[in-house]
Write a protein that binds this ligand. Sequence first.
Ligand code: CA
Length: 221
Amino acid sequence: MADTIGGGINEDGSLQNTLVIDEKYAESIDIVGLENAGVTELAINSPVKDVEIGLKGDVDTAVAGARLAFAEIVNEAPAGETASVTIAVTKAKKLDFTTTGEGATDLSVPEGRMMKPTITTAEGDAEDSISFGIASTVKSADISTGGGNDTIVFDGRMKGRSIISTGDGADVIEVNRRSGKGKLRITDFSSDDTLIVDGVTITTDNLEDAPKWIKFGGDPR
Ligand SMILES: [Ca+2]
């Protein structure tokens, strides 16, 4: 059995962000509406598997606390809206973020370990922002941001091999690898895109200036 919990009700009666969790985990998550800040905070008190969060794009969501495994976050926001979510848990294993509609994504991971996440934002022209902060560790991420001018920032520790595809648009990828020996592959880096590594701007005109641990083009494996 699973419980469906609304993050709240809008003035027009529509349901805000929804949370679906197996009822055996119901006591593991506190849902705190931070009214003044306009944020729904999910406080994870003990490790939770298989939580599903549906983002409608109307209320920002913050997930904080203990470990998450196989969490599914679905951006259901309509075109023109942005689903904003901050994930600051100790460790998130195999997070699956997908966008079903045309809404934009603003995903921030300021801290904690993000292990093998798959993040897929809108295929269309939504302008997405994905950032991993200085207190975060990202290992072997698979990120695809589709059309639109997207921004992806890595400021923390990097491990494993991450693969990103930024699609059409003028995309900006900023990498300030704080520690770790993680590798990065950008599958579709084009003349519209900009890569900034430790303050050095790299375009298709000076790919040779990129560090060796950043590769371009399709995955040869
Ligand atoms: Ca793009």
